[in-house]
Ligand binder design. Structure first.
Ligand SMILES: Cc1cc2nc3c(=O)[nH]c(=O)nc-3n(C[C@H](O)[C@H](O)[C@H](O)COP(=O)(O)OP(=O)(O)OC[C@H]3O[C@@H](n4cnc5c(N)ncnc54)[C@H](O)[C@@H]3O)c2cc1C
Length: 154
């Protein structure tokens, strides 16, 4: 099976829209990789994330805001011969996003972003958040610098 690059932004956005989470790669202060799975929202070329205000990832991102996020979907295991390990492969469509995170402090912007994240999972973006609820969560966006798509077997 062959892989092909996906260059159309709309095709990459379609892959992102069909993912339920992404994997976010970061670089910690010791120059070691740190990868976490994250829920997300996406709109108009910007990715949105949220989390508890404390923890390793917040420390890591405050020190180095460069991130790489991986999305993949349409996973299908195929084989030519069930008895030959090397004949197995997995079809997929995937997107890599490279960018920088930016923390959001403004409460009204945080509410809009939380609803963008909710929209990814429920299709709804009309939820309300009290001030304490909006303050208790850390919200950040990923300013995208580069996006690459690839399909394998499709
Ligand atoms: C599908 C999915 C979606 C998720 N969505 C979100 C989200 O939207 N927002 C969010 O904040 N978190 C989300 N998580 C959890 C996230 O991946 C992290 O586990 C969590 O955010 C804690 O990260 P931290 O850096 O704050 O770790 P800390 O709580 O500071 O943990 C300290 C140590 O625990 C280890 N650790 C951290 N997380 C994990 C883990 N998942 N498994 C094993 N070891 C771990 C690390 O080595 C770290 O050094 C999601 C997880 C999954 C599987």
């Amino acid at each position: 099976m062959k892989s092909r690059n996906i260059s159309l932004v709309a095709a990459m956005e379609d892959i992102i829209a069909r993912c339920s989470y992404c994997s976010m790669g970061m670089v910690d202060k010791d120059n070691k990789p740190y990868v976490l799975h994250m829920n997300f929202g996406y709109e108009d070329g910007v990715l949105y994330l949220h989390s508890a205000p404390k923890g390793k990832k917040i420390d890591v991102l405050q020190n180095n805001n460069n991130v790489c996020l991986a999305f993949s979907t349409d996973h299908v295991l195929e084989h030519q011969n069930a008895d030959v390990a090397c004949s197995y492969s997995m079809k997929y469509r995937s997107v890599l996003v490279f960018g920088k995170t930016e923390f959001i402090d403004d409460l009204s912007e945080k509410r809009q972003i939380l609803n963008l994240i909710m929209k990814q999972y429920t299709g709804r973006c009309d939820y309300e958040y009290s001030d304490p609820a909006a303050k208790s969560v850390t919200v950040y966006k990923v300013i995208i610098e580069k996006m690459e798509g690839r399909a394998y077997g499709y």
